[in-house]
Design a protein around this ligand. Sequence first.
Ligand SMILES: Nc1ncnc2c1ncn2[C@@H]1O[C@H](COP(=O)(O)OP(=O)(O)O)[C@@H](O)[C@H]1O
Ligand SMILES: O=P(O)(O)OC[C@H](O)CO
Length: 502
Amino acid sequence: MQYILAIDQGTTSSRAIVFDAQASVVGTARQEFPQIYPASGLVEHDPEDLWRTVVQSAREAVSRTGIDVADIAAIGITNQRETTLVWDRATGKPIHNAIVWQDRRTAPLCAALRDAGHEPLISRTTGLLLDPYFSATKLRWILDHVDGAKAKAARGELAFGTVDSFLIWRLTGGRVHATDATNAARTMLFDIRRGAWDHDICNLLDIHPSLLPQVYDCAADFGETTADLLGRAIPIAGVAGDQQAAALGQACFTPGMMKSTYGTGCFALLNTGERVVESRHRLLTTIAAQIDGRRTYALEGSIFVAGAVVQWLRDGLGVIASAGEVQGLAESADTTQEVVLVPAFTGLGAPYWRPDCRGAVFGLTRSTGPAELARAALASVGFQTRDLLEAMVADWTEETGTATTPVLRVDGGMSASDWAMQFLADITGAVVDRPQFQETTALGVAWLAGMRTGLYPDAETFAKHWALDRSFLPRLAAEVRDEQYRRWKKAVAAAISMENDG
Ligand SMILES: Nc1ncnc2c1ncn2[C@@H]1O[C@H](COP(=O)(O)OP(=O)(O)O)[C@@H](O)[C@H]1O
Ligand SMILES: O=P(O)(O)OC[C@H](O)CO
C-alpha cells in the first residue's frame, strides 16, 4: 500500500494524480469538459461530464503509472466548491445540470433575503455573505424550477450535494451521502462554529433535512469505491474543497500564513488558526480544515475572474492561441497607454459583492490593441488581489493587533506567468513565493488521505517538503503603486455605477 490517488474535480477540468509514499507524482491525467452558458451570468456543468472525466482521468492516471491497483492505499477528492447538484436517490441521476459557483441566477433571491433583514444571521452563522456564489440559493432554485422536485424532496427522494458529495455517491455506488466540513462551509447552510447544519437557515430557505449529506472530518472514512471502477474497491479517506486543499498543499498550517490560487478565479486564504475572525471588510470566514474533530479557520477573499480573463482573450477575442502566449503579448504592450480592465464578467466578488456588475475597459485610444488589453487583463488580477490583501491585512491587524503583510504563496495555472506574478508583487507590495510543485490542490487532499491511512506524516513534517521555485519581490515605488491602484478603484467604481444600466 504505497500510493494515493488524488482526484481534483475543477471548474474547467478533472485531474487525477497518483502520489507515491514520498508524496512525489508518479502519474497524472487531465480531461477538460464543456462549460455551459445558458444566458448572461449563468454557468452550468453537465453532471455526467464531471463524472465521466473523473472516472476516465482516474483510470488513465493509474494505467499510465503501471502500478498495481492493490497498492493504492486510498483516494482523496478535492473539488470546485459551491457548485450545486441535486440527484434522485433511486437512480443516482441529477434532476438538473450542476449550477456552477460562478452562476448569478439567484441574485434576486439573495437581494430579497437581504431586504428582509436575514443577512446578519446568515453571516454570523455561516461566515459567508448573501451572494449567489454559495450553494443554498442555487439548491432552492433547483427545487423551485424542476417539476415535482419540491414534492420529491419532501418525500426524502432527492439528495443535494456539492461536487465532492456527488462523486462520493457515484464512486460508492449510491451507498454514501457525505461531504466534509470545508465543503459544507460553502453551502450557506452550515454553522461553522458548531460544525453542523443550521436548522434556522434551512427553515428559512425551506430546505428539507433529508436532502443534506452527512458531514465528516476532512480525513475520514468516506466509504469504498465499487470494485468495477478501478478493478478493486479503494477507500476514500480524504475530502476537501479545492481552495482549502491548496492551502494544505502549500503547507499554510500556521496562523498568519496565506496562499493565493490563480485558476479560473482567484482565492486567497489566510490561516487564522482556531480563531473565527468575523471580517469587517467584506471577506468570508470559512473552515480551513477539520482534522480529528478539530476545526481551523481562514479568512477568504474570492475573485470570480482570474485565469478566466486569459481564456476570454483566447476564446472570446481570439488574440492568443494558447494561455501561455498571453505573457509575450502583454510584454509587447505600449506602457504609456493606461488601459484598465475590470473583468466583472460574472459580477464582482470580494470585497465588492456586486453580482449584477459587468466588465468594463477604460482608457482606450485609437492605438489600443490586443497587447494593451492583454496587459490590462493580467494586471486586473493583481489589482483584485490587492483589494483582497488590503481587507485581509485590516481584519488580521484588528484581530491580532499586529500589522504585517503576509507573504503570498501562489499557485494555479496563471501563476505560471512571471509577468503576472511580478506585477502582483509590485502592485500589492507583498513578497510573492511560487513553489516548485504546482499541483498543490491535489497534494493537499493526497496528504489528508495519506495521513488518514498512515502513509504520510503529520503536518509539521509534511510542511518541510514545501520548496521554493521563485520569489517575486516588489519593485515599484509606493507612490507609483498607489497611483496605479487609485485608477483601478476609480474604474471599479465606474463599472459598479453602470450596474443594471445596460
Ligand atoms: N501561462 C499562463 N499564463 C496565464 N494564465 C494561464 C497560463 N496557463 C494557464 N493559465 C490560466 O490558468 C487557468 C487554468 O488554471 P487551473 O489551475 O488549471 O484552473 P481551474 O482549476 O480553475 O480549472 C486558465 O484560466 C488559464 O487561462
Ligand atoms: O475549480 P477552481 O480551481 O476554479 O476553484 C473554484 C472554487 O473552488 C470556487 O469557490
